[in-house]
Design a protein around this ligand. Structure first.
Ligand SMILES: Cc1cc2nc3c(=O)[nH]c(=O)nc-3n(C[C@H](O)[C@H](O)[C@H](O)COP(=O)(O)OP(=O)(O)OC[C@H]3O[C@@H](n4cnc5c(N)ncnc54)[C@H](O)[C@@H]3O)c2cc1C
Length: 445
């Protein structure tokens, strides 16, 4: 009998979770070394796999999820999807099937996302800034505006204005969504609807995660439902959009409130530190426990590769394994660090590159030109925003001598050639590459 492969995953964001579950599904014994929360905990509640919007903007359905992935493969030859698919039509078909399988397994384990469907046009969701956008999926707690009537129906979405709560400016959000819909020829209307939920002046200082924790409780939830029933009396009501507060530790708040109202209700997308990212992490931990992945408190401080295995060292001990999957994220997760103006991978000092080559940017005495590296503004991005660890199609890390490392794999935001915060493929890449890396790492031998 062949002994099960021993896989150690470093980093327990979405990529690490997908890798650990895939390695378990392929028969490996798996340990995961956890660090502090990274980008997955900043999750907005939306799940992006590829840019979905067509020329007409988010309100009309553009391409399907499958078509959008194919467009990424076609237009961005270095992107991790293209690297996995190769250049043949059969490779592209296999990629689509693999992305669907990885998401099916991961969403099944997490249990809080709408099902993944390559043939769908995704969901239409609203941000806290009053912008509508499409995503491949979203947490069940998030309102899908496609469920709130069609673009030709003059139905009304009530935007809940929790009086005294400063973190969600319902009148501005309703005005912004309404103007955008009208400009794009969409008949949906948005109306700020005041709700007297808070009782104390100090409630104004609560953040979304704290209000969400309040609504985990039966008493507060029942009171909220009663206020919704009493105060949301809009003619032609099709749905209610609320701030991202529908539970932090529990997952049934949206269903209970929607059944009290009789129309769909759900959240806007939230920001970093909000309940949606915390919910995702709670579900990641539960999924790892259910799959019998051994969770080890990290962080890992060093990975040593020997001829017969790897050793992942933490401050309090070490984990011996046949292979390691680095799912340590990008700058935000700590998988890359900026030191002396250079981007570095800290655990193995792996080479960092972009577009299939080492990162080449103008240098000064203090390292790379910072604007070229990361962009002048947060949303703009420089070449370094797409820099990361390079891998082959099986997610084996390409070493300095351009050979794939047999025992070291990488996945997620750590990988080169996608920009996880900006290019609309963030969580899709984390899922696919984690899944492939975990399966590769679990192979015997
Ligand atoms: C503000 C923001 C908003 C975003 N919005 C969206 C969105 O709306 N849709 C979307 O699809 N994507 C979005 N993304 C991108 C998406 O969140 C990331 O692409 C994805 O979460 C990356 O997952 P990951 O597992 O690779 O990395 P991470 O989630 O960063 O996880 C890496 C983990 O590794 C751990 N780690 C690092 N070093 C060590 C170590 N030495 N030992 C142990 N553990 C370690 C970190 O602590 C962290 O927990 C957003 C990102 C940000 C930052």
């Amino acid at each position: 009998m062949t002994a099960a492969a021993r896989v150690c995953v470093v980093g327990a964001g979405v990529a690490g979770c997908a890798a650990a579950l895939a390695a378990r599904a392929n028969g490996a014994d798996v340990a995961i070394v956890e660090g502090p929360y990274g980008a997955s905990a900043m999750s907005t509640g939306a799940w992006d796999v590829a840019p979905l919007e067509g020329m007409d903007g988010p309100w009309r359905t553009g391409r399907t999820v499958g078509e959008a992935i194919e467009a990424v493969v076609r237009d961005r030859p270095h992107h991790p999807y293209a690297r996995r698919a190769g250049t043949t039509a059969a490779g592209r078909r296999a990629l689509l099937a693999e992305i669907a399988a990885a998401h099916g397994a991961l969403f099944g384990a997490l249990g809080i996302y709408r099902p993944f469907d390559l043939g769908s046009h995704g969901v239409l969701v609203a941000t806290e800034a009053g912008v509508a956008r499409r995503a491949a999926s979203a947490q069940i707690a998030v309102l899908d505006l496609d469920e709130a009537g069609t673009s030709d129906e003059a139905r009304v979405v009530a935007v809940a204005e929790l009086r005294g709560y400063r973190a969600f400016d319902a009148p501005s959000i309703a005005a912004s969504l309404g103007q955008d819909a009208t400009r794009r020829g969409d008949a949906r209307r948005f109306l700020a609807t005041p709700l007297e939920f808070f009782r104390r002046r100090s409630d104004a200082t609560l953040g979304p995660a704290e209000v969400a924790a309040l609504l985990d409780g039966d008493e507060a939830r029942r009171r909220f439902a009663a206020i919704l029933r009493r105060d949301v009396t809009v003619e032609g009501l099709s749905a209610v959009l609320v701030p991202p507060v529908l539970g932090r530790e529990t997952d049934d708040v949206p269903a209970k409130l929607a059944s009290a109202l009789g129309v769909p209700m759900g959240e806007a997308l939230g920001g970093p530190g909000g309940p949606q990212g915390l919910r995702l992490h709670r579900r990641i931990e539960a999924a790892l426990d259910a799959a019998k992945v051994v969770r080890i408190e990290g962080p890992a401080v060093r990975v040593v590769v020997r001829g017969d295995g790897v050793s992942v060292e933490t401050g309090s001990g070490s984990v011996a394994a046949d292979r390691v999957v680095l799912a340590t994220g990008s700058l935000l997760g700590g998988g890359l660090v900026l030191s002396d103006g250079e981007l570095r991978e800290p655990l193995l000092d792996l080479p960092v590159g972009v577009r299939g080559e080492p990162l080449a940017l103008p240098s000064s005495a203090r390292g790379r030109d910072p604007v070229a590296l990361l962009g002048a503004e947060l949303h703009a991005g420089g070449l370094g925003s797409s820099a990361g660890v390079r891998v082959d199609a099986s997610m084996r890390v390409i070493d300095r001598d351009e050979t794939p490392m047999a025992r070291v794999l990488a996945a997620g935001a750590l990988l080169a050639d996608h920009d996880p915060t900006r290019d609309g493929t963030g969580l899709g890449v984390a899922t696919l590459t984690g899944w492939v890396a975990g399966a590769t790492a679990a192979r015997p031998g």
